[in-house]
Design a protein around this ligand. Structure first.
Ligand code: GTP
Ligand code: MG
Length: 299
């Protein structure tokens, strides 16, 4: 759903702010100068996204994935000042069919600037299962729902972890169906990759860290990828890239783009309100009112 707001996007005021000339409509010595510059900076600042959802749904991880994979300024629940975040766009996180609290939370967000995602999509294993669940969620809230796995999108395996995963593949170890058994399993006495020295690291700590940072299904996929690819000579970067792509964060780029016109519209309204406030204080009032009226400012 995209909205065009041509009037707001082409006004003299927003053009001046976009061109960095808003402050120049008043003298450098005017008390209004700094306030106009600040209003223009606010109008042109990068997109601000706030992640919302019920506790434990993976909000902080999603905010991180938005920052790391899409270079979007995103704020999770623990990161705003007392929740006083002024966002342009909200990303709402579901992890299953919407519950009452989700419907209530969604009702407080602006529909034209909210994107709903199904997080932790990896826990369903087959992506088609997550897709079907997302479609069911979409039917219930009457808006598209995009399946993503922010944890996979943030995967950052180290060389020693990659080496360890290759050893697991060589040893024929698979993820146990009870993930809690993974940290206590051991490579001791199992075959090692051809030509490799015996494993000498802290196996328990390595396993626990992998399970926490990649989770069961991510580890399953990592082992499958290594087994399929013949990893000899492959770098950890390639594996990280493949796992991150499975996080599907780039599927959010289009929905974000589709909402940019709405974001600009709301920012333009805010800019007008701020300039009106500055004008009301009296300095350069005539000039600012010409600008607000969208008329040429007399020389
Ligand atoms: N499998 C999987 N687990 C995830 C994913 N995203 C987050 N998690 C896990 O979910 C748990 C909560 O993640 P957070 O990002 O802290 O979620 P939150 O909503 O900020 O949680 P609280 O701050 O505790 O309310 C952590 O154990 C994450 O590792 C994901 O995409 N896949
Ligand atoms: Mg959190």
């Amino acid at each position: 759903m995209s909205h065009a707001h041509p009037a707001a996007s082409t006004s003299a005021l927003t053009r001046a702010a976009d061109d960095g000339r808003l402050g120049e409509f008043v003298a450098a010595s005017s008390p209004a100068r700094a306030e106009l510059d600040a209003a223009a900076r606010r109008y042109t600042r990068p997109l601000q996204v706030q992640v919302r959802g019920r506790p434990g749904t993976g909000r902080d991880t999603l905010a991180r994935a938005l920052r790391e994979r899409l270079s979007i300024t995103a704020i999770g629940p623990g990161e705003g000042d007392d929740g006083q975040v002024d966002a342009d766009l909200w990303v709402y996180l579901l992890t299953g069919p919407p519950r009452r609290a989700d419907h209530q939370n969604l009702a407080t967000l602006p529909t034209d600037r909210t994107i709903v995602v199904l997080g932790k999509a990896d826990i369903h294993g087959d992506p088609a299962v997550a897709d079907r669940l997302a479609a069911r969620c979409a039917d219930q809230i009457l808006t598209p729902v995009y399946p993503v796995s922010p944890l996979l999108a943030c995967v950052d395996l180290r060389d020693d972890e990659f080496d360890f995963l290759r050893r697991l593949v060589a040893a024929g170890e698979e993820m146990p169906s009870m993930a809690a058994q993974f940290p206590t399993a051991t490579l001791a006495g199992r075959p090692t990759p051809a030509g490799a020295a015996p494993f000498l690291g802290d196996e328990r700590a390595l396993r626990a860290g992998l399970l926490r940072r990649v989770d069961q299904h991510g580890l399953e996929r990592a082992l499958d990828l290594i087994a399929d690819h013949d990893p000899a000579g492959a770098a950890v970067d390639a594996l990280n890239d493949e796992l991150r792509a499975m996080g599907r964060m780039t599927s959010l780029l289009d929905p974000v783009r589709q909402r940019i016109a709405s974001v600009r519209h709301w920012r333009a309204l805010e800019l007008r309100a701020q300039v009106a406030r500055i004008a009301a204080r009296g300095h350069d009032r005539d000039t600012l009112e010409y600008l607000l009226a969208g008329e040429a400012v007399p020389a």
